[in-house]
Design a protein around this ligand. Structure first.
Ligand SMILES: Cc1cc2nc3c(=O)[nH]c(=O)nc-3n(C[C@H](O)[C@H](O)[C@H](O)COP(=O)(O)OP(=O)(O)OC[C@H]3O[C@@H](n4cnc5c(N)ncnc54)[C@H](O)[C@@H]3O)c2cc1C
Length: 369
């Protein structure tokens, strides 16, 4: 590389998408892990995420690994009543100009990586932990924990919700613990399940807890995420719920707990020659299934608006507003998802009274982007 490259810290969804957005400019990606691992579970890709992947030139690589759930089903977990069926096919796709898909995170990551590896001007180095950066007259010196220093034109901080770059830029931006734990697992799709359509996205709203499941991957295994308060076991969080849900949640032999952390909303993502993107800038709880989508949107925005200016980030205000709105909506919706008593009754009445079209209208700001 002759010209100083753009440097990306982190090779997750945000980092890879950013690399695609910067192409064909010379770019160096530094990933802390020694090797890319197959981590994570299912991800929902709303139409906004799919459009971003299309803009980044990655949709053709991603699409074959995605599945197409026909509907979202919202259940009251206590009574087992199906409150709403939300069509995700024809009119939904037509309205938002892209399909609603689900995918295993490892498949999405592998597909993005395969596209990135074909970029002639991108170098990916693993086992490289970015520890900080220093402004220089011509760009930025990126400090790597391995005692290395690399000169770049600009640094993109895509180092996830626990971002050390965010903490360096804004020392009081430590992650916030939502007091929720997300328990994830993958199991074979059950053969029975009294009225449950396993190919759909099923969302179960329960007092103080909720669960989501849908099939992912070539083997179509059922991805389940069950969310409960910290320290509460799943068996006690879902103890009073409807038998089919209890049966489902007792069948996995192993769950992986994931702390429900989010990044405090920031007023700025750009700190002179460093710009935070993805979870590092706006990591949020996955209750609206939009964290990865926001990272993809950030990159699509970067592609549209070119490399960021050296000072001032007013161009990014639209992205701040959008992610802050999403973050606020996520915290609000947690209360409705986990409502008890009268609140739950009212929630169910509202959901039940809305037509599919009206329900979709309420979500349209998310998918329209
Ligand atoms: C249970 C669960 C379900 C979810 N469901 C959805 C969903 O349905 N839809 C959706 O859109 N989103 C969903 N999300 C959110 C989504 O997974 C994240 O928003 C997304 O993965 C964030 O990507 P990222 O690249 O910003 O961060 P990460 O995936 O955390 O990647 C950060 C990368 O940076 C590397 N790194 C860290 N520090 C350094 C350093 N100092 N130097 C170099 N490299 C470093 C890490 O090793 C990692 O590879 C879900 C999340 C969870 C937990």
């Amino acid at each position: 590389m002759d010209a100083a490259p753009y440097i990306i810290a982190g090779g997750g969804i945000a980092g890879l998408a950013t690399a695609l957005a910067l192409a064909p400019a010379p770019t160096l990606m530094l990933e802390r892990a020694i090797a890319f691992e197959e981590v994570g579970a299912g991800l929902q890709l709303g139409p906004n995420a799919v459009r971003a992947l299309q803009k980044l030139g990655a949709w053709a690589a991603v699409e074959p690994f995605s599945s197409s759930p026909p509907e979202i089903h919202i259940w009251d977990g206590l009574s087992g009543k199906l409150l709403k069926r939300l069509q995700l096919k024809d009119s939904f796709e037509k309205r938002f100009g892209a399909p609603y898909r689900v995918i295993h995170r490892a498949d999405l990551h592998a597909a993005l990586l395969s596209v990135a590896r074909n970029l002639s001007n991108l170098t990916i180095r693993t086992g490289m932990e970015v520890a900080g950066w220093r402004e220089t007259i011509s760009g930025v010196d990126v400090i790597v924990a391995q005692n290395d220093q690399i000169h770049g034109a600009f640094l993109f901080g895509c180092d996830g919700v626990n971002s050390s770059l965010r903490l360096k830029a804004v020392p009081d931006s430590t992650v916030v613990d939502s007091s929720l734990t997300l328990h994830r697992t993958l199991i074979d799709v059950p053969r029975t399940g009294r009225g449950i359509e396993w190919d759909c996205i099923n969302l179960w709203l329960c007092p103080g807890a909720h669960a989501v499941h849908y099939p992912v991957g070539a083997k179509q295994r059922l991805n389940i995420v069950a969310t409960a308060r910290n320290g509460v076991t799943l068996s006690s969080a879902f103890a009073r719920t409807t038998p089919p849900l209890q049966q489902l949640l007792t069948s996995p032999s192993k769950w992986l707990p994931w702390p429900g952390l989010y990044a405090p909303p920031l007023n700025h993502w750009q700190y002179s020659s460093m710009l935070l993107l993805g979870d590092a800038a706006h990591g949020t709880l996955p209750l609206l299934a939009q964290g990865g989508a926001m990272a993809l949107e950030d990159a699509a925005f970067l592609k549209d608006h070119g490399p960021p200016p050296r000072a001032g980030d007013s161009i990014w205000e639209a992205r701040h507003k959008r992610t802050a709105k999403l973050h606020a909506a996520t915290l609000r919706i947690a209360k409705h998802y986990h409502a008890i008593g009268l609140h739950a009754l009212l929630r169910n009445l509202v959901i039940g009274s809305l037509s599919g079209q009206q329900f979709t209208n309420r979500l349209s700001w998310i998918y329209e982007g």
